[in-house]
Design a binder for this molecule. Structure first.
Ligand code: GCU
Length: 390
């Protein structure tokens, strides 16, 4: 009896994970929504019509059905800069710590930015901005702790600046407390809407406020800000770049479901699972698509297309089937027609390249690193190569 209860318990706990498909043969037949066809059935044939008609429509579909609205109004923004006189990293970099405070209706939110600027490089310099969803020690300003997740020394040696902020400054990554940041303080009305912004929207909003700061910093080339995110942070970097066209390029690392991977393949993590485990990431409307991927008016290739003609680099790791490496590659491929409107060829092969065989063009990059779900110096090395291309 005892054994049976234990077995049942185990089954209940493991069922959602077991229910995920990792078998290519079981991927259902699917048809992606046509990124170039408007809801009224018009076919888009040039970049003007894309930008005027279809792009705003697709952006709104993502807002309404997945990521929520992106409020852009606030009363004022203030930057408090602390700059170290003494260069760090053997004289190669200067540390700037910036407190970005955003005010609306008498309330405020503070975003702490860590920024290293190379001393040698000609100013203004391009910058990588990481949306940090892991521990704060990964972006240690003192450099006592060093992490592959944000290899500041390596990026500085390559002549780029590197910056980061932590997602908890905007919205705690917790289903019970996510609203206590930017949502309750600045945009409480978002909490009452079906298509209101939630945590991932709030994190992306934060990236845009850091962008506001970069526009005022003479060391930084604000036309060359590359927004980077890993996993849930990679879902966020895509959404940030899609809705804020000031970002010059987007890097989305192992972002998987509701990131760079196609939902309709139903491979690895699925919408029902992400909405159940992380109900605070996406808007309430998105829950309608649990086990109904085919009913979504968009798929994730259209999120990538919103970034066109700006460059996008997507990665995976070979052991991270949860994030569907093949589905990520196929999403990039399915975004190609929009880049083609701008005369851009993706340079991606027809089929996914092998493990550790990065394909790096001027507009698209993709690799599937050997190993686990993570962001490593292997990944960053390729991001730097990619950034140099454009
Ligand atoms: C979970 C989640 C993923 C997410 C990942 C992460 O695995 O299911 O969607 O990308 O966490 O952020 O590390």
């Amino acid at each position: 009896m005892k054994r049976i209860t234990l077995f049942c318990l185990l089954l209940i706990t493991c069922y959602p994970a077991l229910a995920q498909n990792y078998d290519e043969a079981k991927v259902p037949h699917y048809t992606l929504p046509d990124v170039l066809k408007t809801t009224s059935g018009k076919t888009i044939r040039n970049e003007e019509k894309w930008e005027k008609l279809r792009r705003p429509e697709v952006l709104k579909l993502f807002e309404d059905h997945i990521y929520g609205q992106m409020p852009t109004d606030y009363d004022s923004i203030r930057y408090a800069l602390t700059e170290d006189d003494q260069p760090l990293m053997n004289g190669k970099a200067v540390l700037k710590q910036v407190g970005v405070t955003v005010f609306r209706k008498g309330k405020s939110v503070l975003i702490n930015v860590v920024l290293f600027v190379p001393t040698q490089a000609r100013k203004p310099v391009p910058v990588f901005l990481l949306i940090n969803n892991r521990g704060k020690e990964n972006t240690d300003p003192t450099r006592a702790k060093k992490s592959e997740f944000w290899p500041a020394e390596m990026v500085i040696d390559s002549g780029f600046a590197i910056a980061a902020f932590h997602v908890s400054d905007l919205a705690p990554d917790n289903k019970d407390t996510y609203a206590t940041g930017v949502l309750q303080k600045l945009y409480p009305e978002q909490l009452t809407k079906d298509n209101g912004m939630k945590a991932i929207g709030a994190w992306a909003w934060g990236a845009s406020r850091v962008m506001d700061y970069f526009e005022t910093d003479k060391d930084i080339d604000s036309k060359k800000v590359i927004v980077v995110g890993h996993s849930r942070g990679g879902k966020t970097s895509l959404w940030a770049a899609a809705q804020d066209q000031r970002f010059a390029a987007c890097i989305t690392n192992c972002s998987g479901n509701t990131g760079a991977a196609l939902a309709r393949r139903q491979f690895g993590e699925r919408i029902s699972r992400i909405n159940t485990t992380f109900p605070h990431w996406f808007n309430d409307h998105y829950k309608k698509y649990n086990d109904k991927e085919g009913a979504l008016p968009v798929d994730q290739h259209m999120l990538i297309a919103l970034i066109a003609p700006r460059p996008v680099y997507a990665t995976n790791a070979s052991k991270d089937l949860w994030a569907d490496p093949k589905g990520t590659f196929l999403a990039l491929k399915a975004a190609e027609p929009v880049y083609a409107l701008y005369g851009i060829k993706s340079g991606l092969p027809k089929d996914p390249p092998g493990i550790d065989q990065p394909v790096i063009g001027a507009h698209f990059g993709y690799h599937n690193r050997e190993g686990e779900h993570n962001m490593t110096t292997y990944d960053w090395g390729n991001f730097i190569r990619f950034a140099r291309k454009f």
